[in-house]
Design a protein around this ligand. Structure first.
Ligand SMILES: [Ca+2]
Ligand SMILES: [Ca+2]
Ligand SMILES: [Ca+2]
Length: 418
């Protein structure tokens, strides 16, 4: 174990060179082998599958309520057999509300808490109230391309691409929305609206970070250019943006290559972590499924930050445990769907599930959520996107429990170096 770890650490530099070579289109065979070895390990503390719920329609995102007692799941309603290519059905998406029982399992409270949405995806919980939005308000990414009409035809009118952040409370009451589509402040700043508004997170001051994967803009006539990256929306700009007025403190855009998807702020170091999903759509990603860590200074200077891991396939969901252990969901369809684990400062290992082991039965694991703010074991809710699935209503969300020693297993692993 000791030798393996040192070997892994010595290859940190190899990952950097691999990514640099990939960016030039020149990955070597030796680099590929090194990367495969690096990610061959498993996290020493397996997770237990508590429940597999089979009652969703392409579930993409999950989030726990502020008190940890409820889970909201976004059903993105991908078109399946209705359309030729990947696309969300306009207005067919919805949010489900579930309750967390004492044993960690979930029970459905309201399958269609909010209906009529296009492409509801990632969510986050506002930690600091504004005048308009109480703490605990849930913000949802919705309205993204690529989407199709109810006949499965790709929508060409760019005016119908109404990407936005939708704010609602635990009862499902919509409290407001922030337009990120055509004609919005975001387009004014960037020259292109947010095309695929994918996931969001908040820092402890209530600043909002949201990704644009910038996929799907070419379905429109004329097409949107699409600029992939991370937006930071200052806390004090949320109300103004929801009121449709220009905020004093404007959102800041940082370009990130490889189609950024998951985003979350680490409870350990306060940095903003963003992963990349480009390979899912067959697009070029210099990190080949990587994770960038951005400091607030990086964002203020529009710098992409540090690439801390790569060559992981196509990453979707990203979240942290209480101690800052990072989880990422690998969603590319031609390699196994799985959850990877990055202990602080280390490269990714695979989360072992019981039952199932490393070859888990996850079908397109997407924007997962960790319950880290409540009593009892840390729970992970894993929505499974089931892209291009033909049977709506029976797609899966998997609930797993992390053992009590999950976070400390990282420290034990590091201690073995000494
Ligand atoms: Ca579907
Ligand atoms: Ca996502
Ligand atoms: Ca299905």
């Amino acid at each position: 174990m000791l030798a393996l770890r040192i070997n892994q650490l010595s290859k940190l530099a190899a990952v950097g060179s691999l990514v640099a070579l990939s960016a030039l289109g020149l990955p070597t065979y030796a680099d590929r082998v090194a990367a495969a070895e690096i990610h061959g390990g498993v996290h020493p503390s397996p997770a237990v599958i508590l429940q597999v719920l089979k009652s969703f329609d392409n579930p993409e995102g999950a989030v726990f309520s502020a008190d940890g007692n409820h889970v909201f799941v976004s059903n993105s309603a991908e078109a399946g057999d209705l359309s030729e290519g990947f696309g969300w059905v306009e207005g067919a998406g919805y949010i489900s509300k579930l309750e967390v029982k004492a044993n960690g399992e979930l029970s459905m409270v309201n399958k269609t808490l909010i209906k009529g949405l296009t492409a509801p995806l990632g969510m986050g919980v506002l930690p600091v109230a504004t005048k308009k939005f109480p703490a605990g308000t849930i913000f949802l990414c919705t309205g993204s391309a690529p989407f199709v009409d109810s006949n499965g035809q790709a929508v060409k009118d760019p005016g119908r691409m109404r990407s936005k952040l939708l704010a609602f409370n635990d009862a499902g009451e919509v409290l407001g929305e922030i337009d990120t589509g055509q004609g919005s402040v975001f387009e004014q700043i960037n020259g292109s609206p947010i095309v695929l508004i994918n996931a969001l997170g908040f820092d402890t001051d209530g600043n909002l970070y949201v990704t644009d994967s910038a996929i799907g803009g070419d379905q429109f006539d004329p097409p949107f250019e699409g600029k992939g990256g991370l937006w930071m929306i200052p806390h004090d700009a949320l109300d103004a943006l929801a009121d449709g007025v220009e905020p004093a403190d404007r959102p800041i855009f940082t370009a990130i290559p490889g189609n950024p998807d998951g985003v979350e702020v680490s409870p350990a170091d306060g940095k903003i972590y963003v992963n990349t999903v480009g390979a899912f759509a067959g697009l070029a990603d210099p990190a080949n499924g990587g994770v960038y860590a951005l400091s607030k200074e990086d964002i203020a200077n529009k710098k992409v930050g540090q690439l801390i891991d790569g060559d992981l396939g196509a990453l979707d969901g990203l979240d942290f445990t209480a101690d800052g252990v990072m989880l990422n969901a690998q969603i590319r369809g031609d390699i196994p769907g799985k959850i990877t684990i990055n202990c602080k400062g280390q490269l990714a290992t695979t989360l072992v599930l019981q039952p199932g082991g490393t070859m888990s039965n996850l079908t397109g694991p997407a924007d997962l959520a960790v319950r880290r703010n409540a009593d009892g074991p840390q729970l992970v809710v894993i929505p499974e996107l089931y892209a291009r699935d033909a049977t709506p209503g029976d797609d899966e969300v998997t609930v797993v429990a992390l053992p009590a020693d999950f976070d400390s297993a990282c420290a034990r692993d590091m201690a073995s170096l000494n």
